[in-house]
Structure formats: C-alpha cells, structure tokens
Write a protein that binds this ligand. Structure first.
Ligand code: C2E
Ligand code: CA
Ligand code: CA
Length: 397
C-alpha cells in the first residue's frame, strides 16, 4: 500500500488504485484536495453501490468534516493512483474563528441544510451545536455593536503617564483605548481582538492616532513647561498594512505641530518578525515622518535577537510579566538584566511596564532602565485628569 498518512497540513499523501479513502459512517476530521488522479464518491443503498460523482485534480473531497462533527455520509475510493493534500478540521477551525463570524454561520448552516436535505443524519443529531451557535451569535452581536461604537464615537482614549526612573518626572504617555458602552467603560481585551479580526481596527486606529496627538498638543499647551513629552500609540498588525496609515501619521504630526520623536508607535515583537523586510521598510517610513518606534511586550514573543538591529527601533518596553517579581525573584531579575543589556547594546531606551511598587522601580533603575510605567505612578486616565496629574509635581516622589 502506498499510504503515508501524515495529517500535517498540506502534506501530500498517496492512495493506490482501488483503495478506499473514506468510509460512510466513519468519523471524519479532515478533507483532501486532490492533486492528481480520480476518485469516486459513492453510497451503499440496500447493498447496492450507487456512484454519486467522480472528482479529479483541484477538487476537494470529505469537506463537510471540516465544518461539523457529523460522521461521513459517503464513501470515497481511488479509481486511479491518487495524490492529495490534507486539510484538517483543527487547522480550519482556527481560521474560521479568526474570520468574520457571519462566514462561519453561513458555512455551518449550508452544511446543516445539505445534510438535512439528503436526510442522512439522525434526527437527534441535527442542528448547529448550541454552544457554537451561541458563540457565533455573541461574536456577531459584538461586531455589530463595535460598528455602532465607531459611528457613534463611543471610543475614547485614556492616557497612562510614563515617567523617568531617575527623577520620577513625566516623560510621556501611552494612549490606551476604552469603549464607553451604556455608561460603562469596557477594557480593550474584551473588544480589541474583534476590532482586529473584523478589520474595524483600521478606521479606529486612524482616528485614535489623530486624537492622541491632538491630546498631547493640548496637554502640553495647557501645562506649558516647554518640555516635549512623547505619546505612544499601539498599532496592530493589520494597521501596518493600511496604505493610509503613513498619511494619517504625517497629518497628525503636522496638524499638532509635534516635534521629531513626540509620536511613538508601539508594535509587538510578533508583528515585527512576520514579514521582517517589509515591516522594516514601513517603520523606516514612519521614522522619516518624525515618529519613533517602540517594541512592546518585549520578552513575550519569539523574536530572533539577531534580527532586532534591522529595524529602526528607538525604545524597548519590557513586558510586565518580567517586572512582576523582579524585586524578589532572582530568575526574573536575571531576565530583566539580560533584556536591559540587549537594549543598551542596541542603543535603545527602555521602558519597564507594569511597575507596581517602589522596590521594582529601584531595581529597574539600577539595571539601567530609563523609564517606568505602572500603577505605582498612575493608571491610564482621561485627558481632563492629566493636567492635574502633571501639576501635582511627582518628580522625586
Ligand atoms: P499594552 O500595550 O501592553 O498596554 C499596557 C496595559 O497594561 C494596559 O492595559 C495598562 O492599563 C496595563 N497596565 C499599566 N500599568 C499596569 C500595572 O502597573 N499593573 C497592571 N497589572 N497593569 C498595568 P489596557 O489598557 O487594558 O490595555 C490592554 C492591551 O490592549 C494593551 O496592552 C494593548 O495591547 C491593547 N490596546 C490598548 N489600547 C489599544 C489601542 O489603542 N490600539 C491597539 N491596537 N491596541 C490597544
Ligand atoms: Ca502598548
Ligand atoms: Ca505592553
């Protein structure tokens, strides 16, 4: 037998002529895309083999198993030697979850109706699984609500101070989005993933860059000590692909008369590494407009350290999971020390995220971290509260 069943995605497998590939009633967890050869799809009706169709190169067979968990409804036999690639349900469901929830609903409903029309499933087993339906419904509802949130301006920006670890003075801010929904503030983790998967993060991102830069300009004008502070904004992967983003950055800097380095773009390690050459070129274009780039949540991704110098980076933000415990856990301390050394070697300034107590601040300052951000200093707050925060002199608290 020439079968080399390896269900890794896109692996080719071979079947001999006459070999049964799928059997009616079996549990299915994968489909096959026929690369070469011909298969017959057939059913057994009262002992009689009834041929439903023959399929060849470029056709998919067994695809219903990708969408639902019902047994196979027909058998498939190779009529010639066959080569095929495998698509697993696991791989497909990952992609389906990342896609528009309506797409998943359409696919599941089509399969369900087809199965019902051909009456080849038990009465009791019919229906899109209840928890799947509930999940799709919730996702569709959230997506619709976010669309309304965008058109009705329900998003607002809060700003968290970033301070000098040397003297505690406020050096800049990170803009963090909030959703004001029926009077309640919704945290980003509840809606950012949906903004990203639906693509809504693109218009929201364009808006928030302008908004954050305008806020910085107002805060500076209102406070008036002449020191140019920076504003860090988070940018998601799909925003980097937005052809208008560069223009948005240019306009935001120009309209608010920001100096070089006052707008900082935060990207995670994973985003940098995805398409390194193209990303490096895009980031350079932002720098040419006067922005700087920070690598966010550093230490949580899988960046190849050898690659980092290829990007026009200015700042490295040490993830708060390493800051948490660095004051009493030798291992954490060692990690922070290594990251700091790396940043210093690359000439990057360092922001330590999530500082919650003074001991952490002291340790981090001793390791050479320039800036700190965390609840020890302040939580993110609306623009209206920042003036007061800046006026209460926090330096050397
Ligand atoms: P992030 O970029 O790592 O932002 C820092 C998060 O840590 C913020 O949570 C902040 O409130 C929180 N934080 C700050 N200091 C402390 C501390 O001392 N202790 C603890 N436990 N937490 C602290 P937030 O605002 O909930 O944001 C969560 C994530 O949502 C952000 O993580 C970022 O990935 C994303 N996000 C927020 N705003 C935006 C945005 O405007 N655009 C995009 N694309 N993503 C955003
Ligand atoms: Ca961030
Ligand atoms: Ca972060």
């Amino acid at each position: 037998m020439g079968v080399a069943v390896d269900f890794d995605q896109y692996k080719c497998i071979n079947f001999d002529e006459g070999q049964q590939i799928f059997t009616d009633g079996d549990d299915g967890d994968h489909a096959l895309v026929i690369v070469d050869g011909i298969v017959e799809v057939w059913i057994n009706s009262n002992g009689e083999r009834i041929s439903l169709q023959t399929l060849g190169a470029g056709d998919i067979v067994g695809e219903m198993a990708l969408i639902d968990e019902m047994p196979r409804t027909a058998s498939v036999t190779a009529l010639t030697p066959v080569t095929a690639t495998v698509i697993t349900r696991e791989a497909m469901s990952e992609r389906m979850h990342a896609a528009d929830p309506a797409l998943e609903l359409i696919l599941r409903s089509l399969i369900e109706r087809f199965r019902r029309a051909t009456s080849r499933i038990d009465e009791g087993k019919r229906g899109v699984h209840e928890d799947v339906r509930r999940r799709i419904l919730q996702a569709s509802k959230l997506q619709a609500e976010l669309m309304v949130a965008l058109t009705e301006s329900q998003f607002e920006m809060h700003y968290q101070p970033i301070v000098s670890l040397v003297d505690g003075s406020v050096m800049g801010f990170e803009a963090l989005i909030r959703w004001r929904k029926e009077g309640r503030l919704v945290a980003p983790f509840e809606f950012i993933p949906m903004l990203e998967s639906s693509g809504l993060i693109v218009p929201v991102g364009r808006w928030l860059i302008g908004e954050a830069c305008a806020a910085l300009s107002r805060i500076q004008a209102g406070f008036g000590d002449g020191r140019a502070r920076f504003m860090s904004v988070n940018v998601s992967g799909i925003q980097l692909d937005d052809p208008e983003l560069l223009g948005v950055v240019r306009t935001a800097i120009a309209e608010n008369k920001l100096e070089k380095g006052q707008l900082k773009i935060e990207l995670t390690e994973t985003m940098l590494m995805k398409d390194a050459d193209a990303t490096a070129a895009r980031l350079q274009a932002f720098c040419d407009e006067g922005a700087t780039v920070a690598i966010d949540d550093f230490g949580t991704g899988y960046s190849s350290l050898a690659y980092l110098h290829r990007f026009p980076l200015h700042t490295l933000k040490i993830d708060r999971s390493f800051v948490d415990g660095c004051e009493n856990d030798a291992q954490m301390l060692q990690i922070v020390r290594s990251i700091s050394t790396l940043a210093q070697t690359l000439g990057l300034n360092i922001v330590a995220e999530g500082i919650e107590n003074k001991q952490q601040a002291t340790v981090l300052a001793a390791l050479g971290c320039d800036y700190g951000q965390g609840w020890l200093y302040a939580k993110a707050m609306p623009e209206a509260e920042l003036g007061d925060y800046l006026r209460d002199d926090h330096a050397n608290d």
